[in-house]
Design a protein around this ligand. Structure first.
Ligand code: IPM
Ligand code: MG
Length: 388
């Protein structure tokens, strides 16, 4: 048979992927309940700067967070742990998305505030190692990527629940070049992987009085995996009869987000990984760009909070890192505070950010010396917090 050896090699590789994924399914099924942080005597917050503008904006968020939780730090309830080594240089040196010692440090924390990290792509000067984000989401099983976007004056109040460990990302760096002319990647959907993100989204909607949940897939084309995702979400919707659940394809939903008459109706979204990745950048643009949006990566044992944008190496190269916008990391801090049970502090920081970013706007960040610096902006946020 023509290509017999190539098909054989690809089948062997595929077998390995199948057994890895089936083991992962077993691990998900065996996972216990989610941690209740309010019942813990001590919460360890890891601070991981990342690369590019990451250390600058993460330091700004850490300063604000330390200031807000100073009493809790004194009591020993909150402990900060700075984790170095998640830089592209160190990752390349170890040829690992996350070097082992850095991973061990991350696992010794409860929650992590993480700056952006550089993701090499084909053609970059770096070897093509896996994204540190994607690796961390997998290693810590952070299955839900929760991304809020709010523009009050436009009536936009959206919360995206992006599945974070499956879809095109599960084996995104393990596709197969079957021959020189044929490359194949794989998409993964599991029952429990879908149920847990759907459960989190519906429970969030119920607890927060959000009366609509929209499931977004491309189940008309990607029939097996998106079809399964859609069917399981629809099944779960039956347990929430007070919530209107509707179903959209990703292409038309992308269009509807710019439809000023319709988009106000949307509240909560559930999406497979890649669609969630794409549409949350679009959504963040209405709020002032990806620099203004934070994201929560939530698992049962760990949680990680980050900006939704990249490490902006160009800003560093052009000597502009000190002008980087810390708002995405500060929004991530809002999510972190809420997740570990400091809801009042979370609300206060969100309010201060609304004042500084949208209402009072005494200082503006432009990413260059035409605006204020990152440190000046975070000081402005801290001064505003004191006045609340
Ligand atoms: C995000 C980012 C990452 C993703 C990249 C950096 C791998 O775009 O967090 O949205 O695709 O998930
Ligand atoms: Mg993205």
């Amino acid at each position: 048979m023509k290509y017999e050896a190539q098909i054989e090699a690809a089948a062997e590789h595929f077998k390995k992927l199948l057994s890895e994924q089936l083991e992962r399914v077993d691990r998900i099924n065996a996972a216990g309940d989610a941690v209740d942080y309010t019942k813990k005597d001590q919460i360890v917050i890891g601070i991981c700067g990342g690369d590019g503008i990451g250390p600058t904006i993460t330091a700004a968020a850490q300063t604000v967070l330390t200031d807000m939780l100073s009493e809790e730090v004194k009591k020993g309830k909150i402990v900060f742990k700075v984790i170095d080594g998640l830089t592209i240089e160190n990752r390349v040196e170890h040829m690992k998305a996350i070097p082992d010692d850095v991973l061990a440090e991350l696992k010794s924390c409860d929650v992590i505030l993480k700056g952006p990290t550089t993701t090499p792509r084909a053609g970059d000067p770096w070897p093509n190692i896996e994204s540190a984000n994607v690796a961390m989401r997998k290693e810590l099983d952070l299955y839900a990527n929760v991304r809020p976007v709010s523009v009050p004056e436009k009536g936009i109040d959206w919360t995206f629940f992006r599945e974070n460990t499956e879809g095109g990302y599960a084996v995104g760096s393990k596709g197969i070049h079957v021959t020189e002319d044929l490359g194949m990647d794989f998409v993964v959907t599991t029952t429990e992987g879908t149920n847990r993100i759907a459960r989190l989204a519906f429970e969030y909607a119920r607890a927060n009085g959000k009366n609509r949940v929209s499931i977004v897939t491309k189940a008309n084309v990607i029939k097996t995996t998106d079809g399964k995702f859609l069917r399981l979400c629809e099944e779960m919707a039956k347990e929430y009869p007070e919530i209107t659940t509707d179903e959209w394809f990703i292409d038309i939903m992308t269009a509807k987000l710019v439809d000023e008459k319709r988009r106000r109706d949307f509240k909560v979204f559930i999406l497979p990984n890649l669609y969630g990745d794409i549409i949350t950048d679009e959504a963040a643009e209405f709020q002032g760009g990806v620099g203004t949006a934070g994201s929560a990566n939530i698992g049962k044992r760990y949680a990680m909070f980050e900006a939704i944008h990249g490490s902006a190496p160009r800003m560093v190269k052009e000597g502009r890192a000190q002008y980087a916008d810390p708002c995405s990391m500060l929004r991530a801090t809002v999510l972190l505070l809420s997740h570990i049970g400091y809801q009042a502090e979370s609300d206060k920081l969100a309010r201060a950010l609304d004042i500084c970013m949208f209402e009072e706007k005494k200082l503006t960040i432009t990413g260059r010396d035409t605006g204020c610096t990152c440190a000046e902006f975070s000081q402005y946020v801290m001064d505003t917090l004191k006045s609340l």
